[in-house]
Design a protein around this ligand. Structure first.
Ligand code: C2E
Ligand code: MG
Ligand code: MG
Length: 652
């Protein structure tokens, strides 16, 4: 190089066998220093030549960090003439002051308090290209100068970046793959100050005592953090969101049109998803991570989400864009997708927790009919979990006697006298406490254990009714009304069960009423109808529970062996405005007509959910026979019913 016209100078030399690089000095003031080094290197003149022609870019700095001498390789690396480097500060040349920790470490090396600084820097060559440099700074032994060396690691970095890109992307859609997605998700959750990560992440090895401080990992900016040049997790909203998406019926596309078409479709879907993610109106930077998690599953990760509304809008726009048909090499295809949406605070959120929630929510979206998005619902989730727990515990619980019956009075509307009681089952679950039947009857119906449970209820209720009768022989005996599930009529020999239980307990059939829902008896022919008829013939009364919620075909019902209608609570609730200010004559007219019709068909009518005396007064006026509800009594333990009976017993 023309700038090195002064030619070789005396070499520096090693102390105790360590190479001290020779220097090229270009300034008289510096010459003294260089010459002292050179003198020390007497007999090792060739070192200077080594320094000068070395491939490794090097400079010797004084203890202020000013370049005393630099070799040709450094000048070339920085795209300058060697002469221009002299007296420049190394910190400017290789950007050592841009971050505070590197700067501190560098100062410590200059001051002889630290053995070495190594860091990676991205430098701009004057010809415009960027290069990656590994910078090493270490003191020259027994002198106050410092050796700076810079290795161009651009090729290595590029290779690493390419390898990493291959490892982290899906070849079909070119989207980030599962690995990159989880890396990014983990980093977004870890980096949050809410989860204990500071702005520099966790456990960086920097500290006053550590000898080597390395800036950035070996993969530097291609790492999760710098994927698109943003830094994540600080100064954000402290929230995170995820759209977890699965194409509906993608397998059929693959199976019928082949994998090539399937792949094309996936790639086209990926493009549309990316467009949606880039045009999110909520964040100016847009550009949420879109990843292919495998098969036909995709995810859009929204860091610094602003709330569920943002995620809902994103999910909607994804569904809209996917609805447009795809033209794939002459084939026109339509697809839809189901999306599970989760949005929550970063604090306390783990990658696994978030993904499990997303998975569950996606399952709901599919189960609810596909081609839709569904938002994660903690209650539904808890319900799902307890549902599983309850299902497995049901059968053992029947054997372990965890069920109890409560009884709710059925009261004559005209005289207020208790005529009977409805038996209502409760589950004293060892873990979840007392569970209402709405929590477990459905499950018991699904898995068939209702048959066993129903038999237990029937037996217990009949025995109890007989017991009250025995204990209070002078009081008109109460009838007991027992709920019967559809499956009990279909899957068990209800008639035989009832006959045996009545015989065993000694309860008169007239004191037993069975409550079935409309849907259980509507359209019943064959076996159920025969069963109802046989029970009725035995003298057992059949009541239609929750009447009015189903088909409400009174004419049909009257042809069945049914003797009681239990008007659903919703009718009585229509009487709510019984304050005289908000009368609801329409409801009252309907109920009145119903009651009259029922009476004409030979049915008696019981009103459920009677909560106020106003409601009771109206029901009485309309002609309801009996009522049941909190106004009279909540469902109570059998002892309480015994007390009620005792209170009505004639004194003698
Ligand atoms: P259901 O047969 O219609 O029972 C009436 C429900 O209304 C009971 O709820 C009762 O506690 C509630 N209730 C009574 N009075 C009032 C009131 O004034 N206001 C309001 N808001 N509610 C009132 P519960 O005990 O939770 O039972 C719910 C359902 O579970 C029952 O509805 C019945 O369909 C079913 N069930 C209960 N026990 C059994 C059983 O042993 N076998 C079967 N198969 N089903 C049962
Ligand atoms: Mg009932
Ligand atoms: Mg009911």
């Amino acid at each position: 190089m023309s700038g090195t016209s002064e030619g070789p100078r005396p070499a520096a030399v090693a102390a105790s066998g360590t190479v001290r690089p020779p220097v090229t000095e270009r300034h008289s003031a510096d010459r003294a220093a260089a010459e002292s080094v050179a003198r020390a290197a007497a007999g090792h003149r060739d070192y200077r030549g080594v320094f000068q022609t070395a491939h490794l870019a090097m400079a010797v700095l004084d203890h202020h960090g000013t370049v005393i001498s630099a070799n040709d390789a450094l000048a070339e690396l920085l795209g300058t003439e060697p002469g221009t480097l002299f007296e420049q500060t190394a910190a400017d040349l290789v950007d050592l002051a841009s971050d505070i920790r590197t700067w501190h470490a560098y100062r410590e090396v200059l001051e002889g308090r630290r053995a070495r600084l190594r860091c990676t820097r991205r430098l701009k060559h004057p010809d415009g290209r960027a290069l990656w440099a590994e910078v090493n700074v270490s003191p020259v032994p027994e002198s106050r100068s410092v050796l700076l060396s810079i290795a161009d690691i651009s090729d290595r970095r590029e290779l690493q970046a390419r390898l990493r890109h291959l490892q982290m992307h899906d070849p079909v859609t070119r989207l980030p793959n599962r690995t990159l997605f989880f890396e990014r998700l983990t980093s977004a959750l870890d980096a949050s100050p809410y989860n204990g990560g500071g702005p520099f992440g966790k456990g960086r090895p920097y500290g006053g005592g550590s000898a080597v401080y390395s800036e950035g990992g070996p993969l530097g900016d291609t790492g999760a953090r710098g994927h698109d040049g943003r830094s994540y997790g600080h100064g954000g909203t402290g929230r995170i969101g995820l759209c977890y998406l699965d194409l509906d019926g993608f397998k059929a596309v693959n199976d019928t049109l082949g994998h090539r078409t399937g792949d094309r479709l996936l790639a086209a879907v990926a493009t549309r998803l990316t467009e949606c993610a880039d045009h999110d109106g909520y964040t100016r930077s847009g550009g949420h991570l879109v990843a292919r998690l495998g098969g036909d599953e995709f995810a859009i990760l929204v860091e610094d989400s602003t709330g569920t509304e943002q995620l809902a809008d994103l999910a909607r726009s994804v569904l809209t864009t996917l609805q447009l048909p795809f033209d794939l090499a002459g084939q026109r295809l339509s697809v839809s997708a189901s999306i599970g949406v989760v949005e929550r605070a970063v604090a306390g959120t783990t990658p696994t927790g978030l993904m499990q929630a997303a998975d569950t929510t996606l399952y709901w979206a599919k189960a609810d009919g596909k081609a839709r998005w569904t938002l994660f619902d903690p209650e539904r989730n808890a319900h799902r979990m307890t549902r599983q727990a309850l299902t497995s515990a049901l059968r053992p619980a029947i054997e372990d006697d965890e069920f109890v019956l409560q009884y709710q009075p059925l009261v004559g509307m005209a005289d207020g006298v208790v005529r009977g009681v409805e038996a209502l089952v409760r589950w004293n679950h060892p873990q979840f406490g007392t569970l209402s039947p709405n929590r477990f009857i459905g499950i018991a119906e699904e898995d068939g254990s209702i048959v066993q449970l129903g038999r237990w209820v029937l037996h217990t209720a009949c025995r109890q009714a007989r017991q009250w009768q025995r204990d209070h022989p002078r009081v008109r005996p109460l009838f007991v009304s027992v709920n019967v599930a559809v499956r009990q009529v279909w899957d068990s020999d209800l008639v035989t069960d009832v006959a045996e239980i009545l015989a065993e307990t000694g309860l008169a059939p007239q004191l037993l009423q069975l409550e079935l829902t409309e849907s259980a008896v509507m359209g019943s022919a064959g076996r159920p109808l025969q069963a109802l008829q046989a029970l009725s013939d035995m003298g057992v009364r059949i009541a239609i529970d929750d009447f009015g919620t189903g088909y409400s075909n009174l004419a049909y019902l009257s042809r069945l062996p049914v003797s009681v209608l239990k008007l659903d609570g919703s009718f009585v609730r229509g009487f709510r405005y019984d304050d005289g200010v908000h009368p609801s004559p329409a409801d009252e007219t309907i109920v009145e007509a119903l009651v009259q019709l029922a009476h004409r068909l030979g049915l008696t009518v019981t009103a459920e959910c009677v909560e106020t005396s106003g409601q009771a007064a109206r029901l009485q006026r309309i002609g309801c026979d009996t009522g049941q509800g909190w106004l009279f009594s909540r469902p109570v333990a059998p002892e309480r019913i015994a007390e009620m009976i005792a209170a009505t017993a004639p004194r003698s």
